[in-house]
Design a protein around this ligand. Structure first.
Ligand SMILES: [Fe+2]
Ligand SMILES: [Fe+2]
Length: 165
């Protein structure tokens, strides 16, 4: 906890920490969803899909690290138990129960779109009150926008390939 670092925050710090913890829960759930999706994936183009999902899983874990660092800087406590992830999450968790490539891509695109909405809101909420969190939200948002596009272009390729069969 840095006293001057907290003093310059021009918004309610508890609310800010809660917002960060909710996103932190999202990132862990997304990390696990994508990581497990990569393990179970089946069907056409699975090699490309697995590579992308593993990359995204690593990015979501990095996002969780960025958020937890900020939570601690603000004197907050990162969610201490995975059970609470489900109470805190904005975007939920879609189990990869159907391991076929298309449903996996659909699920994960939905997850990325929810993440984009979450970080857009965080950007707006911190616009004037907390430049440090604002900057973190911007960096993560850039990754989530890239993730959505990566998955949608894989889905496009998949659809083209299935039509030409
Ligand atoms: Fe993320
Ligand atoms: Fe993502």
């Amino acid at each position: 906890m840095g006293t001057k670092g907290i003093e310059i925050v021009g918004m309610n710090v508890d609310e800010l920490v809660t917002m960060l913890n909710k996103a932190f829960a999202d990132e862990w759930l997304a990390h696990y969803q994508y990581w497990l999706g990569a393990k179970v994936a089946k069907g056409p183009m699975k090699e490309a899909v697995i590579a992308e999902l593993l990359q995204h899983a690593a990015d979501e874990l990095r996002h969780a690290e960025m958020l937890t660092t900020r939570i601690i800087q603000l004197g907050g406590t990162p969610v201490t138990t995975p059970k609470k992830w489900f109470d805190m999450t904005n975007c939920g968790y879609d189990a990869p129960d159907d391991p076929q490539v298309k449903p996996l891509l659909d699920q994960n695109i939905k997850g990325e779109q929810c993440a984009i909405t979450t970080y857009k809101k965080m950007l707006q909420a911190t616009q004037t009150g907390d430049p440090v969190t604002h900057n973190i939200a911007l960096q993560i948002l850039q990754d989530e926008v890239e993730h959505e596009e990566d998955l949608q272009s894989l889905l496009e390729d998949y659809d083209v390939m299935m039509k030409s069969r």
